[in-house]
Design a protein around this ligand. Sequence first.
Ligand code: GLA
Ligand code: GLA
Length: 678
Amino acid sequence: MTHPARPQWLRRPDNVAPGLAYGADYNPEQWPREVWRDDVRLMREAGVNIVSLGIFSWAKLQPAENAWRFDWLDEVMGLLYDNGIAVDLATATASPPPWLTAKHPEILPVNARGETIWPGGRQHWRPTSPVFREHALALVEKMAARYAGHPALTAWHVSNELGCHNVYDYSDDAARAFRDWLQARYTTLDALNHAWGTAFWSQEYSDWAQILPPRLAATHPNPTQQLDFKRFSSDALRRYLRAERDILHRHTPDVPVTTNFMVMGGTKGMDYAAWAADVDFVSNDHYVEPGPQAFDELSFSANLTGNIAGGRPWFLMEHSTSAVNWQPVNVAKKAGELARDSLTHVAHGADAVCFFQWRQSAAGAEKYHSAMVPHAGADSDVFRSAAALGATLRDLAPVAGASREQAPAAILFHWESWWAAEADSHPTDRLRYRQEALDWYTACLNLGIRADVVPLGTPLDGYSLVVAPMLHMVTEAVAKDLRGYAEAGGHLVTTYFSGIVDEHDHVWLGGHPGALRDLLGVRVEEFAPLLDHETVTLDDGLSATLWTERVQVTGPDVAVLSCYTTGEHAGHPAVTRRTVGEGSAAYVSTRLGSRGLTAVLDGLARAAGVTSELPLESRGDVELTVRRRGAERFAFLVNRTDRPLTVSDLPGEPLLGARSTQGELPLPARGVRVVRLA
Ligand code: GLA
Ligand code: GLA
């Protein structure tokens, strides 16, 4: 991605077999040396062939400003190599040591209220601090120079989860960097004043030096200032990522560089669709959030990660063998979930599967976080399940290197619409961008329709159906693309609060949904969000929450698919569909949730000619994904339910699982099967 000649996947050490990579974060600095030997023995037993090393080792590697200690890391690297375990080596910059923050408190981040974020946890550094950068990059130089030729080195792991805790820093360093970023974006203050709408509330700037991050204000800070600060903050971390990466590339042009993204749940601050250009291959961390859509959310995240990676294989850098330690209630995984969760990532293109972490800590903030070797030791269900997964991944070696096969449907994902739609001072603060997208994804899973979750900007030709949920920010160029897609025969579906603002968060005038109004053939004069206790019903029996509006049909060829039957807009359209050239553009004006959307999507998908590729009895219960290498295709079947199932009518040779004598494929509760398609 960064350079055509760069390796785009792990460099394979001479003593590691080809296939899928399997392992964990390994933190040997938490343990006495005697434990290391036991670690590598158990790693071999579990089928581990890769670990991420050194992520939080800064204080051990550089105990004082001019003191360096690499002997212990040399020993661990050697031990791993001798045991056929590749090393994804971290640059160790994630958590600055106490000597550094004591000497240079000016690297500590500051929140919107002006409060210092103190050391004591981790990632207490300003992404824009020149002092932090100087010290961190010196460490990167040392690491790169020392381990450049090491035979175990398979990839570089920049920092760790950039932006997990420090994406928004409001310090004076941030203010300076924000001004530079704004100058590069707008060139003139006039352009900035226009974009930010500073005529409102007497906010015109007459000097760049007057501009600040959106610090705690008397009331809602300027929305475009907030939006630009989000863009800037994501970019500032990217810039830091590139600074580390460039050093690593200089020392080891043949070793790929990655960093672990957090495409999961509510992690919102980093626009990973843009970040993908800065790494040699994409890595992701994913943790399950318990609840009725837990599995669907995992699949959604893995799917989006795979598409951010351009369909090419990616690295699941972290997930958990069982409970985490940072949720209000940390639920242990149920039988079968460890393998199912891992293999669902593989189904969506992961060629490396790693856990946080290898050995469960005895001390520290994560001592109750699960690991491959739990407190109970290797004589445990968790370790046995992890070792069984290692064997399964060995059997799946033929899948390694296969890309995602494009699905018939797509769901668009757009970070800036997420940021803009959920900003303050809006018609309702209950809008949840990612939840809306996830509900559409659940609807696809319920119908057994294969869908790709793709970043906005992905070419849409080849998709028969494209859903753009809550695509709030639509530029002229995006509106043109979506129109072109429908005119060329594509079937577009969009929802409430889409097409409302341009790239500066200025409302498109003349009626909603602004930029998409003509394409959809509808016009809305006023939003009518609902209170939490309110619901309305539709004439097809569905019930809706959160949002309504008076939808007027204004364009030609618009069919009203359903109307409101209760509430202020009873008798008026709720869902419409306009024929556009060979294609169509449909509009869903309210929140139907995953059950309602399943019903709506069923009709829209049929009209678009999109049907499930699964046998009838498996639809809804089984998730189907396909990976492909040339003419070779691998179907992954994941049981979404807690019941054993049977899949019939799927020709091909099982790579994981076995057919019954009747030729059917039994799929255990929470099980995964892989078939090489005929
Ligand atoms: C993140 C971090 C890890 C660990 C896990 C715990 O993913 O990268 O160091 O803290 O969370 O879930
Ligand atoms: C107050 C202010 C106005 C405006 C309204 C909005 O009345 O004086 O400027 O902000 O609130 O409700």
